[in-house]
Design a binder for this molecule. Sequence first.
Ligand code: 26Q
Length: 823
Amino acid sequence: ESTPLITSPEPSVEGFVREYLRELNFTQGTVLERASTNDKYLALARTVRHYLMSRWMRTTNEHLRTQPKAVAYLSAEYLLGRQLDNALIAADLTEVASEALASLGIDLADLREAEVEPGLGNGGLGRLAACFVDSLATMSIPAIGYGIRYEYGIFRQNFVDGWQVEEPDHWLDNGSPWEFAHPEHEVTVSFGGRTETVTEQVGDDTVERTRWVPGWKVLGVPYNYMVPGYRNGCVNTLRLWSARATHAFDLEIFNYGDYAEAVRAQTFAENISKVLYPEDSTPQGKELRLQQQYFFVACSLRDFIDQLLPEGFDLHRLPERVCFQLNDTHPVIAVPELMRILVDEQGFAWDEAWEVTQGCFAYTCHTLLPEALEVWPVELLGRLLPRHLEIIYRINDEFLDEVRESSGDDELLVRRMSIIAEHPQRAVRMAHLATVAATKVNGVAELHSQLLRDKVLADFARLWPEKFTNVTNGVTPRRFVRLANPGLSGLITEAIGDGWVTDLDRLRDLEPMADDPEFRRRFREVKAANKERLAGFLERRDGIEIPADTMLDVMVKRLHEYKRQTLKILHVVTLYDRIVSGRLDPEDVVPRTVVFGAKAAPGYAMAKQIIGLINHVGSVVNAHPEVSRVLRVAFPANYDVTVAETLIPAADLSEQISLAGKEASGTGNMKFALNGALTVGTDDGANVEIRQLVGDDNFFLFGLTEPEAAAVAEAGYRPSAYYEENPVLRRALDLVARGEFSGGDRRVFEPIVSNLLGEDRFMVLADFQSYLDAQERVETAYRDPDAWSRAAVLNVARSGFFSSDRSMRDYLDRIWHAEPMEA
Ligand code: 26Q
């Protein structure tokens, strides 16, 4: 039984105007004549919200009433991007809103620009979570996303003399019209203290129980965000937790009178959700980070059990109602937390609790780099979460018994598989804990899942082969095609209807259009218009000028040595060198604009060096009269989802050039292919699947394969040998080393040069020549616009597989076994 719902307004222009003015006057408290752009934006956001509200309430009510099996996605990051446009297209309101605003003399485009995107993630993993919740809503799957409402999201990047400088991201400062705070559903989270054993009388028996006596507590306040499905009546919820001091602090103020100290304690508690950690590999074992992880996971489990299940629900049946999907190991502390709830609070026997827990969790791994695997020192974990550490020890004891049993006491194996590492310090290996607890463990692309089985988690895959599966990543076609590329969307819809937006395999129907010269011409027109849109955007935003009508060559992703931005910049240096030295006539060069976008983790010195190098090379290239006629470098600062949405649709060439075996999947690669860029890429991550689908003729493959790279490493890699034997490479590196891009100062980029010549962990030099050769093929292909656009159209037509809707179907079939709600 629920109260009657106020229904959302009917979508008409007059109605929209009325709703809009009501918001402006009654909620924003201003009138049109005096309203700032931000006032107008906030009023618009709230107006759009109205149109989704009854769907949201209805979806929630249905969920609570019918109690279907739900997916609870646990992720420390959601890189959502701007909300306004997505809400407008989901509600099919763009035209109505635009006309209504126009009648008031307001340009919708100006208000779009006023939104600060919620950057609550670092990169791929956080954006993936955002795509997944979008797809789940569009597929009417009962699902909830749980995460952290960071007050400061990913830092804003600035360049000072070409070097990265970070600034805090004040994304909440202008108001946050998309969130709904629910302080009445606050959850208390405990930390620290100790455990004690108590004996209890249960009937005739005395039983020993462990009790956690916490040292301090914080409150979690949920903030709900709408996750609208695309025109299907379903609006799911994303629930992000914000930390507050407990009311106990207020009491202390009263009793003690030490006001300043009490307020300090308050800030301390509220620090937990203050800031997103900007590292996306080599995590530092920071105490606050572990606090964040436990904080959001404890809130989420409590919330699911108390708010989403009926009162008195028998938790033995929890696996019938939910799968908690662990987005990497960041939420893995949920495993001992559920055990604690079941054993300590609900009185379950250990084995019973373990069976329930194992039925409720699944784990997605997103990495292959050993240094990116999370470990938490036992000392730290035990101090912050003493009861959880005890539970982890017991899980490990029982698990290792199983390993001994099945291996005939192979103690080496036992040590390798243990959840507890002994060296260099005693620490909990979160990936092992996740693998032991989960019903399923998946990688994020075929190659990655294979390498997990064969290398990273090989011992576990031998013990439990059926536990391991693959789900190749995907991206939402709503945001990354429909919204980001209206030109291409229109062209596709004209050709094959609009079903592709929610059924991306239909793009296959475009294949014949690749051979239609008129379609290709229009495709090129769309590209050209997208490039113009990008040029205007970069001009306004950064004062960067990019020439019209050049090949747009784009490398956007976090800055990491394994992703090899250095390989790309060495290509640029080589082109520069060849032209400047007269070896190459500019007339023979296909004019190109190379665009970079990348943030470096603030503590990652080498990554920051590489950013400096790119900017310095860019300055020299762009200032050179001959070179700059055919080659430009643009590096707009602060690459984010909003930039991606204008950049990707304009791209001709997508750079996916990680060393094979290092990039788990990549998802940018998919966005580019879907927007009709051709890929120059290694045989890595999802590139492998992209190439298989689009065909070798429509993909520029280069570089070592994973087994080849592994063999080279095994045999002892010597980068200097490549330097000595390849004069082109030598000239490029020498230019950098001699200070060509640093005003003659050889010290500036010395660390990069000596790293490449000495260790070169990611084999940039080994792949250099192969990359140059691939770029030659790119140039040749680009010279034939008809052939190029044919290949580009085929990339679009054959990339439907990379919809995150397909990823969700795979998770549903292979892992979650949940079903859509009836409309
Ligand atoms: C962990 C502990 C402490 C601090 C930070 C972290 C942390 C945060 C973010 C560790 C890793 C990340 C993010 C990883 C990530 O984005 N991985 C990417 O995930 C994509 C989606 O599956 C893949 O496509 C990429 O290949 C993978 O690099």
